[in-house]
Design a protein around this ligand. Structure first.
Ligand SMILES: [Zn+2]
Length: 239
């Protein structure tokens, strides 16, 4: 279940499934891709680092399916859309404005990950790839892994072109002429990700009811705000 909480009086969003993770809102933005020296962003990063007692690390996201493991003293993770955290002296965040944030946590081993699933990442099953890496590299048991699917664009707000639609529905466009004729093709990226994770055996999945467009007062939307450079973030720390 998702609920709003506050850090220093600023609204954040949490899921009760993973206590040591949360999402920022417009009130505590820590990413402005358009401005290098945004003072408010810097101040918000300080607030969150103080709250966590850890330094925050984030990768350079490129809509890839590349997944890296955070290493001590390494701050730069280029071309990376999945980041695995195994060291509780660090904390990680990834940034979003419509794409789907996926947070994973293995309670037993106290390790976790965040993935960035836009349509490209979802098509490449970045969530599944991240979980498989947790299992292969760190012996995680699928039964111990919880998944939180964060705020992202909803099906109603996410109309896509034939090219993107057919990636997820390769046969539907041909078999359903009504839909094809109307030329309205919509994708539910949160649900597609939920299904991918359920299929590999994750049982505990919390899916966020908020849409970045419909609930734009809380979150950023690349679509609704015509290419805004501001992002909300998914943050994970270990215990
Ligand atoms: Zn919506």
């Amino acid at each position: 279940m998702f609920y709003f909480d506050k850090i220093n009086g600023k609204k954040i969003l949490k899921s009760d499934l993973i206590d040591n993770a949360f999402f920022t809102t417009r009130e505590i933005c820590i990413c402005d891709k358009g401005v290098n020296n945004n003072l408010e962003v810097k101040n918000n990063i300080n607030i969150i680092e103080n709250y966590l007692g850890n330094n925050l690390i984030s990768p350079t996201q490129t809509h890839s399916a590349n997944i890296q493991i955070v290493k001590p003293l390494v701050k730069n993770y280029p071309d990376t859309d999945g980041l695995i955290l195994i060291d509780n002296s660090q904390a990680i965040f990834l940034n979003f404005a419509d794409c789907v944030p996926l947070i994973f946590y293995d309670k037993k081993q106290n390790i976790g990950a965040i993935s960035h699933a836009g349509w490209r990442g979802t098509a490449q099953k970045i969530g599944e790839l991240t979980v498989k890496k947790l299992i292969q590299k760190f012996n995680s048991n699928i039964n111990d892994i919880c998944a939180v699917i964060g705020p992202a664009i909803c099906e109603n707000c996410y109309e896509v072109g034939e090219e993107v639609y057919s990636v997820f529905n390769p046969t539907k466009t041909k078999q359903e002429p009504t839909l094809y004729d109307r030329k309205v093709r919509k994708l539910n990226l949160k649900e597609i990700n939920r299904k991918q994770l359920a299929q590999i055996g994750i049982k505990k999945i919390d899916i966020c009811p908020y849409c970045t467009c419909c609930d734009n007062e809380y979150f950023f939307s690349y679509r609704k705000e015509h290419g805004t450079t501001l992002r909300h973030s998914a943050i994970l720390a270990l215990i």
